[in-house]
Design a protein around this ligand. Structure first.
Ligand code: IMP
Ligand code: MG
Length: 180
């Protein structure tokens, strides 16, 4: 990445720390669902990198699916409106579902998704999120497996974007933007 683009990025969580924590979270999941199958649902696109690393560290029978929702438009602020852009490929009835999110922020996306998925009668429904920004919460939701709790900063990298950019950064970085 050119230096000019890197100038407004500050590393918050290094790649090595992410890898270590992902292995720990996968270990918890493996322990909690011993002898069972888990069905991971990644929330596109932000969770794709976290899910890819997580699923490979889970030592159980697994399957994966993806759902895409829109709530943010192109910028940093939530519109509060959640829409399903791409639904699941298959039924989740009777499955141990783990919804995999990149970050829990206001909780609007998660509370909507939990409501939709619960209606489809999974055997169990849990939430894994790489990052949690609890200070921004507008809905009372919580993750069952959290990678890192972070302060109220806008972050990019390891799947998280700003206007679709920066998802490929290996570290999670704080993005400083000029005031709007
Ligand atoms: P919520 O509905 O406000 O909890 O928003 C969740 C979604 O907003 C996440 O899945 C992200 O796609 C996006 N989001 C929230 N905070 C950040 C951030 O700091 N960086 C990048 N995306 C974010
Ligand atoms: Mg997302």
């Amino acid at each position: 990445m050119p230096a000019a683009q890197k100038a407004n990025l500050k590393i918050l969580i290094r790649s090595a720390a992410i890898g270590k924590r992902v292995r720990e979270v996968a270990g918890e999941i493996t322990k909690d669902f011993k002898g069972e199958r888990v069905h991971l649902i990644g929330v596109l696109k932000g969770a794709c990198i976290f899910l890819s690393d997580l699923v490979r560290e889970i030592n159980l029978d697994t399957s994966i699916d993806f759902i895409a929702v829109s709530s943010y438009g192109k910028g940093k602020e939530s519109s509060g409106q959640v829409r399903v852009l791409k639904d699941l490929d298959s039924s989740i009835e009777g499955l141990n579902v783990i919804l995999v999110e990149d970050i829990l922020d206001t909780g609007l996306t998660l509370s909507y998704l939990l409501r939709v998925l619960r209606q489809r009668k999974p055997k169990s429904l849990r939430v894994a999120a790489l990052l949690d920004k609890p200070s921004r919460r507008l809905r009372q939701v919580r993750g069952d497996y959290i990678g890192f709790t972070i302060p109220n900063e806008f972050v990019v990298g390891y799947g998280l974007d700003y206007g679709e950019r920066y998802r490929n950064l290996k570290d999670v970085c704080i993005l400083a933007l000029p005031a709007e």
